[in-house]
Write a protein that binds this ligand. Structure first.
Ligand SMILES: Cc1ncc(COP(=O)(O)O)c(C=O)c1O
Length: 275
C-alpha cells in the first residue's frame, strides 16, 4: 500500500504498534482480559494528564468530551466565561448556548493569546461565575495560551478552569494537578498518535464537587456513572475496544519516551517547521 503522510494537526499518523494492536481479534469488553487492559490504560492516562484523579474515557470525538464537560459541571442559569480566540474557543460558547447558558465572552483577536488579566477582570466583574472555558493550543491559529497564569487567577475564586487540550495533549506540557486546572479534555487523534474516536476528561477534586451539583441534562456523557464504571475497570457502555487496545500501545510508547523528552521533541519539530 502507498505510504501516506498526514501533515494535518490531526488526525496524525498512527503509531505502527497501535495499528498492529487494532488488527488483533476483538476482546470482550466485560471480560478479564479487557479489564486488565483498561486498568493499565487508566494508569497510563493519569501519567499523561499528570493527575492523581481518574481520567474518564468516552467513545466519541473530542467535542463529545467538551459537551460532556459542560453538562456535567454546570446547571441551568449558571454564569460562565468563555475565551474565544479561534474556532475551538468558539465551540465552548456554542455548546454552552445549546444548553441555554449565556456565557460571558472574552473575545481575543485570532492569532493572539488571551491576556490573563482579562480573565481576572471578568471574574472580578461577576463573582457568580462558575467556570472559565479555555483552549490550550488553538489549532485554528496555532496559538498557545498561558494556562498556568490563567489557572493561578481562577484558582483564587470558586470557579473552575476547564481546558480544551484536544490538540496539545501529549504535545505541550499541561501538568493539571501542579497548575490547578480543573477539567482537561483530550482526544485520541492528535498527540496520542491513534485514530479518532476517543475523548478524555480529567477532573480535579474541585471539579468533582461541581459535578456532584450539576443539574444540566445528561445521559451518555455522565461523569459520575463513568467514574463508577472505571473504578471497576469497566466502561458504562460498549467502548471502541480496538481503539482502547491502540491507546494501550500509545501510552506505553509515551511512558517509555518520558514526558520531558516527548515535549522537547514536539518543541524541536515545531521550531523546525516554523524555521
Ligand atoms: C483544539 C481543538 N479543540 C477541539 C477539537 C475538536 O475535536 P473533534 O474534532 O475530535 O471533535 C479539535 C479538533 O481539531 C481541536 O484541535
Amino acid at each position: 500500500m502507498k505510504k501516506r503522510h498526514l501533515l494535518a494537526p490531526g488526525p496524525t499518523p498512527v503509531l505502527p504498534d497501535a495499528l498492529l494492536a487494532m488488527a488483533r481479534p476483538i476482546l470482550y469488553h466485560r471480560g478479564p482480559e479487557y479489564e486488565a487492559l483498561l486498568a493499565s490504560v487508566r494508569e497510563g492516562l493519569k501519567f499523561l494528564f499528570q493527575t492523581k484523579n481518574e481520567v474518564l474515557l468516552f467513545t466519541s470525538s473530542g467535542t463529545g468530551g467538551m459537551e460532556g464537560t459542560v453538562v456535567n459541571t454546570l446547571s441551568p442559569g449558571d454564569r460562565a466565561v468563555v475565551i474565544r480566540s479561534g474556532k475551538f474557543g468558539e465551540r465552548w460558547g456554542e455548546i454552552c448556548e445549546a444548553y441555554g447558558l449565556q456565557p460571558c465572552y472574552i473575545d481575543v483577536e485570532w492569532g493572539r493569546a488571551v491576556e490573563p488579566d482579562l480573565v481576572a477582570a471578568a471574574l472580578a466583574a461577576d463573582p457568580s461565575i462558575k467556570a472559565v472555558f479555555a483552549t490550550h493550543t488553538e489549532s485554528s491559529t496555532g496559538v498557545i495560551h498561558d494556562i498556568e497564569a490563567i489557572a493561578r487567577i481562577v484558582g483564587r475564586t470558586p470557579a473552575i478552569l476547564v481546558v480544551d487540550a484536544i490538540m496539545s495533549l501529549g504535545v505541550a506540557n499541561l501538568p493539571m494537578d501542579a497548575w490547578g486546572v480543573d477539567v482537561v479534555v483530550g482526544g485520541s487523534q492528535k498527540g496520542l498518535m491513534i485514530p479518532p474516536g476517543l475523548a478524555f476528561c480529567a477532573v480535579s477534586d474541585k471539579g468533582w464537587a461541581m459535578v456532584q451539583q450539576s443539574r444540566l441534562p445528561k445521559f451518555y456523557f455522565n461523569f459520575l456513572a463513568e467514574r463508577k464504571s472505571l473504578e471497576k475497570n469497566q466502561n458504562t457502555f460498549t467502548p471502541a475496544v480496538s481503539l482502547v487496545m491502540a491507546l494501550h500501545e500509545s501510552l506505553a510508547a509515551i511512558r517509555a519516551e518520558g514526558l520531558t523528552a516527548l515535549f522537547a521533541r514536539h518543541d524541536r519539530l515545531a521550531r523546525a517547521t516554523r524555521a
